[in-house]
Design a binder for this molecule. Structure first.
Ligand SMILES: [Ca+2]
Ligand SMILES: [Ca+2]
Ligand SMILES: [Ca+2]
Length: 259
């Protein structure tokens, strides 16, 4: 009898979760249903070419990267850098300004670096941006640069995308890689250190929070041996989030109906 009640309760939870997921999927836009293509955790994405987190993805598109900066832990998680592939330089964009589901819970800056073809352990600054427009603190990277460099993306290949809070900027042995005439400039590598490989970050961004970088013209990085299987934690994380959200919405609706 007691066993029967227990399995009945389990079935109720499963049904509620299933109903909740269906309810949530019906309410959300398609990009949310698909979920981020890459989730930063459980390990923190690094800050330089050698510490960057590689995005492996067995698919022709990379549309969203979800992660977190913890700027209160200065020097530990003040920047996140990812290795990925640009498939179409003309179509490439990376943004956090609200378009295509992108966001940042802080005043973001985005940075694009290219790998040195002679020494892939070196990365050179290519493009940087603080704000995509005068009314947003979100960022946008795409070619060409809007300053005098008119720097464009040279073509398909392996690149690095990095996110920081405004005020935290990349440097090489020669100094800052970029300089900005305005907060909305998409800058080429026109700083005093622009021609040398990236080595570090300077300046203090402030804040803490999650972000979603929306991408176009991009894909995951695959070594010559092929892409490894996706780690299961992303799927588990997404499933758990959907289940929790679904149960919450179903419970709320039941409460409203007085059930
Ligand atoms: Ca991080
Ligand atoms: Ca910004
Ligand atoms: Ca500039």
């Amino acid at each position: 009898m007691r066993g029967g009640r227990k399995s009945e309760r389990i079935m109720t939870i499963v049904k509620t979760c299933r109903l909740g997921i269906v309810t949530v999927l019906g309410l959300l836009p398609s990009w949310v249903v698909a979920g981020p293509d890459h989730i930063e955790g459980p390990l923190d994405a690094g800050s330089t070419r050698t510490g960057a987190q590689t995005i492996y993805k067995n698919s022709p598109s990379l549309r969203q990267i979800f992660g977190e900066l913890d700027l209160l832990r200065s020097g530990v998680d003040s920047e996140d850098m990812y290795l990925f592939r640009i498939l179409d330089a003309e179509q490439f964009s990376a943004r956090t300004d609200g378009v295509d589901g992108s966001f940042a819970m802080f005043d973001s800056q985005l940075w694009l670096f290219r790998l040195d073809t002679m020494n892939p352990n070196n990365a050179f600054g290519l493009l940087g941006n603080n704000n995509s427009g005068p009314l947003t603190m979100g960022s946008l990277i795409r070619g060409p640069a809007t300053d005098l460099t008119a720097q464009d993306i040279p073509g398909p290949g392996d690149y690095l995308i990095a996110i920081t809070a405004a005020g935290r900027v990349p440097v090489s042995a020669g100094g800052p890689i970029f300089q900005f005439g305005s907060p909305t400039e998409i800058s080429g590598p026109d700083g005093p250190g622009g021609l040398q490989p990236h080595t570090d970050w300077v300046g203090e961004g402030s804040g803490k929070g999650t972000y979603m970088i929306a991408m176009t013209g991009s894909a995951g990085f695959c070594p010559p041996t092929g892409c490894p299987a996706l780690p299961p934690y992303g799927v588990v994380f997404a499933g758990a989030m959907l289940c929790a959200a679904g149960v919450g919405i179903v419970g709320y609706r039941k409460a409203q109906r007085g059930v």
